[in-house]
Design a binder for this molecule. Structure first.
Ligand code: FES
Length: 170
């Protein structure tokens, strides 16, 4: 039923899906039904909300809250929010979230390197923004950075892609 008190949109597009979004949306729907709240809380899956590097993501309306990196384990706390409790601050993604500022800071510096950086320099830059090597690897897998051979030396360079430029408005 659409005329609900809260509406939750869970992204199940490819990147979020690869990280378990279908399990999240399935479990959330089940919990809403189990608690008899399905007339009050509508849970839908949706396409990308363009925050693909930090999913699974969901948006809660009318609160206009975005939760990122959601797992099935987070559902009890999210249910408390949906029932009228506090927002789950540790999962909130906002333009001024600490993690968002770290990622944006990294990309703002990385994009300035014409022709990219060597992989170790990229990881060092990430580390200076408190981002782990595994984060760099994931960004590469998700297309926010790309590995290309240098035209002259043939050595690997890491470049910021258009996808990241759009995501971080660079
Ligand atoms: S795949 Fe979920 S935000 Fe893009």
């Amino acid at each position: 039923m659409y005329w609900t008190r809260k509406h939750v949109m869970v992204c199940t597009a490819s990147h979020c899906n690869q990280k378990g979004a279908m399990d999240v949306v399935g479990r959330l729907r089940l919990e809403v039904i189990r608690k008899g709240l399905d007339a009050e809380i509508l849970v839908n899956n949706c396409g990308t909300i363009d925050l693909c590097d930090c999913g699974p993501n969901m948006v809660v309306y009318p609160d206009n809250v975005i939760y990122n990196g959601v797992t099935v384990k987070d559902i009890p706390e999210i249910m408390e929010h949906l029932k009228g409790g506090p927002v789950v601050e540790r999962l909130v993604l906002a333009a001024d979230s600490e993690a968002e500022l770290q990622r944006r800071g990294f990309y703002a510096e990385a994009v300035a390197f014409e022709g990219g950086q060597d992989p170790e320099a990229t990881k060092a830059l990430a580390s200076s923004h408190a981002l782990a090597d595994t984060w760099v690897d994931e960004q590469l897998r998700r297309g926010f950075m790309a590995r290309k051979p240098d035209a002259v030396t043939g050595e690997d360079r890491i470049l910021v892609t258009k996808k990241a430029r759009v995501r971080y408005t660079l």
